[in-house]
Structures are given as C-alpha cells and as structure tokens.
Design a protein around this ligand. Structure first.
Ligand SMILES: Nc1ncnc2c1ncn2[C@@H]1O[C@H](COP(=O)(O)OP(=O)(O)O)[C@@H](O)[C@H]1O
Ligand SMILES: [Mg+2]
Length: 251
C-alpha cells in the first residue's frame, strides 16, 4: 500500500470517458510523475484526488483514509496540497502577505480578508513565513507585489504557500507549463531541494520530459484516461508504449 492509492477510478463527462479504470499507487517519500498527451485525463485525475471532482466509481485512499466525498479544504487538512496549472496567488498583495494567507486559513478554517490584517502582525507567524520564503530563496522579494513577479517566481511563491502548510503529499499540475528554460531549471532545482530536505511525497503531472526524468522515481503514462505503463524512468525512456501515447505529438 502506498501513501496514495487510486483503485479502479472511472470518470465520465457525458459521453466522454475521461478516466477509465485508473489504478495508481504512490509510495511514501517518492516522486511519482504522471505523463501523457493533451486530453489524456491528467488534470481530471488530479481533480479527483483533491475533491474538485468525484469519480463515478472507484476509490482514492490517502494514508489509509478515503478522500472521496470530502470537501477540498478537508482533504487539504488531511495533508494534501496542490499547486495549480496557473499559480493561485493574490497579485495585489505582497509576497509576504501571500505567505500569510495559508497560515491564516489553517488557523481560522477559511480565508476572510477583513480579519487578515491583524494576523500579518503576529510575530510567530511572521517568523514562519519568513523562514519559508528563505527556504525558497525569496526573502529578498518579501515586499514586492506578487503580481509583478516573473512566472518562475510566482510558481516559487505558490509552492512556498503550499509547503508552509506542511503537506504530506504535494500535487503539482504542470509546474513548468509556459516557463522559459531558465525558470524551468530553477523549478527543477527547487523541487529537488524540497524532495531532499523534507518528509514529503510528490505527484507531478508534467509535459516536459526533461522535468520528469530529472525528478521522478516512478512514472505512469496515461493515454485516453487509462494508464498504459508504469515503471522507473530508465524503463520509460524509449518505451514503445510511450511513443504510442505521444504519437502525433512532439514529446
Ligand atoms: N469539466 C469537463 N467537462 C467535459 N469534459 C471535460 C471536462 N474536463 C475535462 N474534460 C475532457 O476530459 C478529457 C481529459 O481532460 P484533462 O483531464 O484536462 O486532460 P489533460 O490534463 O491530460 O490534458 C479531455 O477530453 C477534456 O476535454
Ligand atoms: Mg491538464
């Protein structure tokens, strides 16, 4: 049994079978990548893991407990955090204020802007936020408006906002999508640091093979909603089924 176990998950959107009999086990403290062409069902699968979608059939167990039927914030409290395909940061707040949001939400149960001001003054929380910013090498950008950051730094901030919640499982949906090569490489380095420093399991959906092969312990290839093959990176490289999955796409 893994930290995360997906069993026989199916999800239809009308006539379209977005996920068909998905089985997946993510081992604790590993990095598990899910790759596959556009429309393969990667985001749908991730949405089923965080309570944004409910599978038609099947089970999703996290640390021995079912996540199905739980609200996204409950799943978050269980120890699953997600980095979205588009960074979910507050552009008009400073980097530091963004860091305070998850700390505040954790304590208060929900984020309410009017009660937010006072919390940014609490010294214990300030220290926690600064420590996390330092860990992702963004302490010098503390006072910048989050909206003015580069795409790579927005991603870095968003990851810090996830990590400060001390998740057991971090889900990343295409963390390097739309990034320049330099930002992609920075993100790879950041994820490697996180992986080595922390007691954390990661599940990464990714299009960029360079990112996948740099980070993953295991890789699942998804095509048309169904896992084609799951193996260690060495065996996925050049695997005929991977080529089959990406046929017609520049992989
Ligand atoms: N909410 C939805 N309603 C209808 N169809 C959807 C919805 N979300 C995704 N799909 C379809 O399900 C399939 C899988 O989508 P998605 O999980 O986003 O793929 P990926 O992330 O691998 O690119 C696609 O054909 C997509 O068009
Ligand atoms: Mg997607």
């Amino acid at each position: 049994m893994g930290l995360l176990d997906v069993k026989d998950v199916n999800k239809r959107f009308g006539g379209l079978q977005a996920l068909g009999d998905v089985n997946l086990s993510v081992a604790e403290n590993s990095v598990h990548a899910i790759i596959g062409p556009n429309g393969a069902g990667k985001s749908t699968l991730l949405n089923c893991l965080v309570g944004k979608l409910i599978p038609d059939t099947g089970s999703v167990m996290f640390a021995g407990r079912s996540v199905l039927g739980r609200k996204p914030y409950e799943i978050n409290q269980m120890g699953i955090s997600r980095v979205f395909q588009t960074p979910e940061i507050f552009g008009d707040l400073s980097v530091f204020e963004n860091m305070m949001i998850p700390l505040f939400a954790k304590r208060d149960g929900a984020f309410r802007m009017h009660a937010f001001e006072g919390v940014t003054q609490e010294r214990g929380l300030i220290g926690e936020a600064e420590k996390m910013l330092d860990e992702v090498d963004m302490l010098d950008k503390r006072e910048l408006h989050a909206g003015s950051l580069s795409r790579g730094d927005k991603r870095r901030l968003e990851m810090a906002m996830c990590l400060i919640q001390r998740p057991k499982l971090l889900l990343l949906d295409e963390p390097t999508a739309g990034m320049a090569r330099a930002d992609t490489n920075n993100t790879i380095e950041l994820l490697k640091t996180i992986k080595n420093k922390r007691d954390i399991t990661m599940c990464i959906i990714e299009h960029d093979m360079h990112v996948v092969f740099s980070l993953a312990d295991r890789i699942t290839v998804l095509a048309q909603g169904t896992p084609l093959v799951e193996d260690v990176p060495e065996n996925i490289k050049g695997h005929p089924k991977v080529k089959e999955a990406y046929l017609g796409e520049a992989a």
